[in-house]
Design a protein around this ligand. Structure first.
Ligand SMILES: [Fe+2]
Ligand SMILES: [Fe+2]
Length: 242
């Protein structure tokens, strides 16, 4: 199974249309089984931003479009209208994976929260599945290097990490920091996508997305610079050391 993970599109004043259009072409040629959009589709949660996002996302040819809200989408009561533009289903199954969306965004707040009830629901969802276990959320669960002072994190991250461990989650996909990165913890991988099309980037100064292949050998992810190279996460780490 091939997943493409895009994030932080930010349709609004900082939207890079050229990067977005190139990404559509590149990603369609990859023929992903699922396209994950981990939040911040809009800049300010406004109607015209969601309209434009919906219309332009139609350019992606993929049968499973998985959309998760971000903190920017919940601004200006955007949480009341987002569902009119995108399916906000939280449970998806492909032949090889069960994919659950956790909603971390809260109205008019930049920080994220999963909450006790959603944690219990998550654990119930993964009680009986033999498939690869994947969770999608907008906020970064663990700090990401080169993104400045740590802020706007998941305020109940400790409890969420424990719930993910208990549920034997294989992979978590996050966005929010506009910087691609991977953490690997004894079977639990946390992959962060950079920004697909916002001009505001941190620590890695290219618009990008992640390509993730899941098969019997395991989970393998790479970072694709739009219009540029496909990089391993290890290269990102090594480049940072130089
Ligand atoms: Fe963002
Ligand atoms: Fe965000």
């Amino acid at each position: 199974m091939r997943l493409v993970h895009i994030s932080d599109l930010h349709f609004g004043s900082r939207f890079n249309e050229t990067a977005f259009e190139s990404a559509v072409e590149e990603i369609n040629s990859l023929e992903p089984d699922a396209l994950v959009v981990s939040g911040d589709l809009s800049d300010d949660g406004l109607t015209h931003e969601f309209e434009r996002a919906r219309d332009m996302l139609k350019g992606f040819k993929c049968k499973n479009l998985i959309v998760c809200p971000g903190n920017h989408d919940y601004r200006n009561t955007g949480y009341l209208i987002l569902k009119d533009y995108f399916s906000l289903k939280q449970v998806y199954e492909t032949e090889v994976a069960k994919i659950i969306v956790l909603k971390t965004a809260r109205p008019d707040k930049n920080e994220g929260e999963v909450g006790y009830r959603q944690q219990l629901w998550l654990e119930k969802q993964f009680r009986d599945t033999g498939k690869t276990r994947i969770v999608v959320m907008h906020h970064h669960l663990i700090p990401v290097p080169d993104t400045g002072v740590e802020r706007d994190t998941v305020i109940d991250a400790g409890d969420v990490l424990a719930a993910l461990k208990r549920s034997k989650i294989d992979l978590v996909l996050c966005g929010h920091k506009h910087r691609p990165w991977k953490w690997d913890f004894e079977g639990l991988k946390i992959m962060h996508a950079g920004s697909l099309s916002d001009i505001r980037l941190r620590g890695f100064f290219h618009n990008s997305y992640n390509i993730i292949d899941v098969d019997e050998k395991g989970i393998h992810g790479t970072v694709k610079v739009i219009g540029g190279d496909e990089l391993s996460f290890d290269v990102l780490e090594k480049e940072r050391m130089n």
